[in-house]
Design a protein around this ligand. Sequence first.
Ligand code: SF4
Length: 98
Amino acid sequence: MNGPSTATCKQEPGAIVPVVDFQRCEGKGDCLRVCPENVFEIRRIDDADFQSLGFMHKAKLYFHGMQVAYTPNADACRACGLCVKACPEHAITLARPQ
Ligand code: SF4
């Protein structure tokens, strides 16, 4: 079964949140541009998150300027799926908050 992935979903805010895979994210910012709820922020990856990556992913991120997408406003997510579709690296999935 497919998860929520279309712009027609009308979830309560925060019932579903975007999860960014830092092994894929290159901080290109398409998510930030398309999100109608201002969920995303593009900034330098935290040291702990960087250290959790393997060597190849560290090298890739270093090459791309150490920028990734964080979700400081995840509680506002409406599960519209626009960020999932917009991400050129397929780095975003939608999930129930942990
Ligand atoms: S699913 Fe929609 S509301 Fe939620 S973070 Fe992505 S673009 Fe924003």
